[in-house]
Design a protein around this ligand. Structure first.
Ligand code: JEH
Length: 238
C-alpha cells in the first residue's frame, strides 16, 4: 500500500516509523511518503494560511499550496489508479474499525492534514474528480490539527495489512471485531508470575480446561462491556 501524508509538520508523523508500523514500512509493505506543504508555496514566508472570507475567528489554509501538493502526489499515476483522499476534520464521519478495514483494502491513501480552522473547501471540491474523498473525524473532541488524527487512522489501517501483525489471528479477535458481537470488549488478561504482590491469577485460567476458560472470558467480556460501554452491550447476554 502507498500512503502519502501532506502536512506543515512532517516530524509529527515520525512515530509511524516506530514499532510494528515502522517494520511494515521497512519491509516495504507500506510505501510511506510524508510531504511538507510549505514546499509548495512560492513566497518568502512560505505562507499557507489567510483570513476567512465572510469573517470569523482564526485563519484558513489557502488552496494554492494544497492544489500543488496534491497535484505532485498524484503525478505519474497509472490511468487505473484512483487513490482515496482522507481529510481529517471535526465535522467528518466518525472513523471506526470497519472504516479502517475499508481503507486497508485500498492500495493508495493520501492524508491531508489541516491546521488553523481547516482547509479552503474548494480543495475537496476540485479533487473529488480525481480521488475518492473521505472526510473523517476520530471522535467528538477538538484537536489543533489533522496530524494526530492521521497517526490514529494510519496505525489502525496499516496494522490490518497482511503480514503486519506477528500473530495472524490477533486482529480478527480484537475488541471491535464482528466476531465479538454483543460483548465486544475484552476482559482482564494475565501473565506470570502466578502471584504478584499478593494478587493471584484466576484459577480457571490455569485449569487447562479450555471450555471453562472460554466461558469465563465470555462472562468477563459481557460484564466489562455492560459496565464500560453500555452503548455496545447486547442486553440479552446476561
Ligand atoms: C481538527 C483536522 C484541522 C479546531 C477547531 C475548529 C468544532 C464544535 N476528531 C477531531 N477533532 N478535531 C479534529 C479531528 C479529526 N479528525 C481536527 C482540526 C483539523 C481535524 C484543523 N483543526 C483544528 C480545528 C472549529 N471548531 C470545530 N466546533 C463542534 C465544538 C467548533 C468549531 C476547526 C478546526
Amino acid at each position: 500500500m502507498r500512503i502519502d501524508i501532506i502536512t506543515i509538520f512532517p516530524q509529527y508523523l515520525e512515530p509511524l516509523r516506530l514499532s510494528v508500523i515502522g517494520k511494515a514500512i521497512e519491509r516495504g509493505t507500506v510505501d510511506l511518503n510524508v510531504h511538507d506543504l510549505r514546499d509548495f508555496t512560492h513566497d518568502r514566508h512560505r505562507t499557507v494560511d489567510d483570513t476567512p472570507f465572510g469573517g470569523g475567528p482564526g485563519m484558513v489554509m489557502k488552496p494554492e499550496p494544497w492544489g500543488e501538493a496534491l497535484d505532485a502526489a498524484l503525478s505519474n499515476r497509472q490511468a487505473d489508479q484512483r487513490p482515496t483522499l482522507v481529510l481529517p476534520t471535526p465535522s467528518g464521519q466518525r472513523f471506526d474499525q470497519p472504516m479502517a478495514a475499508g481503507l486497508a483494502a485500498t492500495d493508495w491513501l493520501i492524508f491531508a492534514c489541516g491546521r488553523y480552522e481547516g482547509i479552503d473547501a474548494r480543495v475537496v471540491e476540485h479533487f473529488r474528480e480525481q480521488v475518492d474523498v473521505r472526510e473523517l473525524s476520530i471522535g467528538d473532541y477538538v484537536l489543533a490539527g489533522g496530524e494526530a488524527a492521521v497517526l490514529v487512522m494510519a496505525e489502525a489501517t496499516i496494522r490490518l495489512l497482511p503480514g503486519v501483525l506477528g500473530n495472524a489471528d490477533s486482529a480478527p479477535d480484537d475488541s471491535f471485531s464482528p466476531t465479538r458481537e454483543g460483548a465486544p470488549l475484552e476482559g482482564p488478561i494475565y501473565t506470570k508470575p502466578q502471584v504478584w504482590r499478593g494478587l493471584e491469577v484466576p484459577a480457571v485460567l490455569r485449569s487447562g480446561d479450555h471450555g471453562a476458560v472460554a466461558d469465563w472470558r465470555r462472562a468477563q467480556s459481557v460484564q466489562r462491556t455492560s459496565e464500560q460501554r453500555p452503548d455496545l452491550a447486547q442486553d440479552d447476554l446476561g
